[in-house]
Design a protein around this ligand. Structure first.
Ligand code: IMP
Ligand code: MG
Length: 175
């Protein structure tokens, strides 16, 4: 599979984003909330590049059925463990695609009344957006190609691939 982004390119951008977050939240503490499973690897690297006090938590979602519909039906299958009221929250995603997942999660998290809520994504595919949502921090904007690696899967495979590669079918069935 062709490499889109090498692990060196990823590491460099994650470091830059981590420094940016550290500057913007200086003197504060942050709760990073990763979206399982895809964001786990990005979150692990991002947390280690942030120098301000931070904790992390995870949520898990599933879309109804295999093929995502434009109704935006997303279901929460694992909620946060700790309260986030009054906290500075950053939702951490592997990839912002149609935007359905993050707009659902953003709405849900806002109900908990955090002091602030931002979005960090490793990848952004702006061409595929179905709902208006933007990331506050994005490592890379990429074209509309299906990718795997660095946490991202095709049918649960390839999450451990250290760089980001283009899956040779565009897009695979069910995507
Ligand atoms: P959205 O709700 O369409 O923005 O969905 C984002 C989710 O779709 C991501 O968290 C990924 O799990 C998945 N996804 C979207 N594009 C890709 C891709 O190119 N490779 C792997 N997973 C993807
Ligand atoms: Mg996924």
């Amino acid at each position: 599979m062709d490499i889109l982004l090498t692990k060196e390119q990823i590491a460099e951008r994650v470091k830059v984003i981590g420094e940016e977050i550290s500057r913007e939240y200086e003197g504060k503490s942050i709760v990073l909330i990763g979206v399982l499973k895809g964001a786990a690897i990005f979150l692990a690297d991002l947390a280690r590049s942030i120098t301000v006090d931070n904790t992390f938590d995870f949520v898990a979602v599933s879309s109804y059925g295999r093929v995502r519909v434009s109704s935006g039906a997303v279901k929460l299958i694992k909620d946060i463990d700790n309260p986030i009221e009054g906290r500075n929250v950053i939702l951490v995603e592997d990839i912002l695609d149609t935007g359905l997942t993050l707009s659902y999660l953003r709405g849900l998290m806002l109900q908990h009344k955090p002091a602030s809520l931002k979005i960090a994504t490793c990848l952004d595919k702006p061409d595929r957006r179905l709902v208006p949502i933007d990331a506050d921090y994005a490592c890379f904007k990429i074209p509309n190609r299906f990718v795997i690696g660095y946490g991202m899967d095709y049918a649960e495979r390839y999450r451990g691939v250290p760089d980001i590669r283009i899956y040779p079918e565009n897009p695979p069935p069910g995507h």
